[in-house]
Design a protein around this ligand. Structure first.
Ligand code: PLP
Length: 456
């Protein structure tokens, strides 16, 4: 077999890829017919594909490359750590410096009394940890029946059996016998699609109160926790109405339900603070983290846990762990990533420069004939494509068609935007500059124009 390198012709790479590489969330037909786009390099906010085409990455990889591509500091730290201690586990009363340092740093950054970290290799693994942790917590407190976890329709918490069960996307539950028992889903606070005649504020309250109704139905003594993303990401960047989170917090407090904030996307600056919990004034008992923790440079995730929960879990043995929990190379890379975010005041850049500029440009897109709504929270944003702005109608054709068409134009125009049904979403690297935002918006508008022309 010839050496497979960046220099191989694209068609040959695609053929080998389709023959041997099984992709997440991709159909085999798509791969065989069109081939996958081959990304070869990246720097800052730009990707380059195997044809030499330069693409602006409006999705920061998969919502993760917060610090931008090509940061040599992270490569240096990874190489140094690989030479010094490439691997050791954290099981059976053993530890190492990168895991200690990263856990201590996360305890410093996390709000309130979230001072303890259980590491995982990804967000999915971390949410699986959370399921076992909250159920174990209540069992150790003498309430083994308090094990139902309430989550939301159209939420996304990962692809492992537990985390995908927490998620509320119908398509994911159609495969593999999901959900696992004792997971209950309530409706999402998606005003644009589901709010009808209510104001966003009324609707936010109504959807939050579905949690209280579910607790009443299931029984307070059977509900362990509620889990939600501060802003739903994969569901379409659904920013809840202002009334939603205060009411959810009140309900969790009133009914002795643990609150898990899944910060896999919203963590590490995405909403303008270290965590979405700070942006929305939430007091979680556990936060799920991954993605921006290492800016995607190494696979690592985890659960940041409150003093109270950690004290109970630590009073016995938690029979849970992953070979790569606290992996030294991933932990060292994450720590360096956090150091750079702090040293370069990347949160300040988001708050004072990038987010306000992007907001102004993004909200102006509602002038486009296809755009019914433009929503933004920090550096995550969505557009609702609609045939009728006044009624917030959906396209008569199969839902998602307009989004898919728009995404094809994005590909052709050198910009990565993702589509979720007929919503177009972005979450660019946090370090994006105003000039680069101009490029992103210009290519987005061109793609919307192309989509509009195709739909006519
Ligand atoms: N939680 C949220 C909110 C996510 O958006 C994701 C991934 O997109 C996950 C969990 C799963 O993380 P991972 O893909 O690292 O397993």
């Amino acid at each position: 077999m010839p050496a497979i390198t960046n220099h191989m012709p694209t068609a040959e790479l695609q053929k080998l890829d389709a023959a041997h590489h099984m992709h997440p969330f991709t159909t085999g037909d798509e791969l065989a017919q069109k081939g996958a786009r081959v990304i070869t390099r990246a720097k800052g906010v730009f990707l380059t594909d195997s044809e030499g085409v330069e693409i602006i990455d409006g999705m920061a990889g998969l919502w993760c490359v917060n610090i931008g591509y090509g940061r040599d500091e992270l490569a240096q730290v990874a190489a140094r750590q690989m030479r010094e201690l490439p691997f050791y586990n954290t099981f059976f009363q053993t530890t190492h410096v990168p895991a200690i340092a990263l856990a201590a740093k996360l305890a410093e950054l996390a709000p309130g009394d979230l001072n303890h970290v259980f590491f995982a290799g990804s967000g999915s693994e971390a949410n699986d940890t959370n399921i076992r942790m909250v159920r174990t917590y209540w069992a150790m407190k003498g309430q083994p029946d308090k094990k139902v976890i309430i989550a939301r329709k159209n939420g996304y918490h990962g692809s492992a059996m537990g985390s995908a069960s927490l998620g509320g996307m119908a398509a994911m539950h159609e495969q593999g016998g999901l959900p696992i028992p004792d997971i209950h889903h309530i409706n999402q606070p998606h005003w644009y699609a589901e709010g009808g005649d209510m104001t966003p504020e009324e609707f936010g309250l109504a959807r939050a109160r579905e949690l209280e109704a579910a607790i009443a139905e299931i029984g307070e003594d059977r509900v362990a926790a509620f889990i939600a993303e501060p802003v739903q990401g994969a569901g379409g960047v659904i920013i809840p109405p202002e009334t939603y989170w205060p009411e959810i917090q009140r309900i969790c407090d009133a009914h002795d339900i643990l609150l898990i904030a899944d910060e896999v996307i919203t963590g590490f600056g995405r909403t303008g603070n270290w965590f979405g919990a700070q942006t929305f004034n939430i007091r979680p008992d556990i936060m799920t983290i991954a993605k921006g923790l290492s800016s995607g440079y190494a696979p690592i995730g985890g659960s940041i846990v409150s003093d109270a929960v950690a004290a109970v879990i630590g009073s016995g043995e938690f029979n849970h762990g992953y070979t790569y929990s606290g992996h030294p190379v991933a932990a060292a890379v994450a720590l360096e990533n956090l150091r750079l975010i702090e040293e370069e005041n990347i949160l300040g850049h988001v708050r004072d420069v990038a987010a306000p500029y992007l907001q102004q440009k993004w909200e102006a897109l509602t002038d486009h004939p296809l755009v019914g709504e433009a929503k933004i929270c920090g550096m995550m944003a969505s557009l609702a494509l609609t045939p009728d702005k006044a009624t917030r109608a959906q396209f008569a054709a199969e839902a998602g068609t307009a989004g898919l068409i728009c995404r094809e134009h994005c590909f052709a125009n050198g910009v990565i935007m993702r589509h979720v049904g007929d919503r177009m979403i972005i979450a660019p690297p946090l370090v994006i500059t105003p000039d680069e935002i101009d490029i992103l918006i210009e290519r987005a508008v061109k793609s919307l124009d192309g989509c509009l022309a195709d739909l006519k």
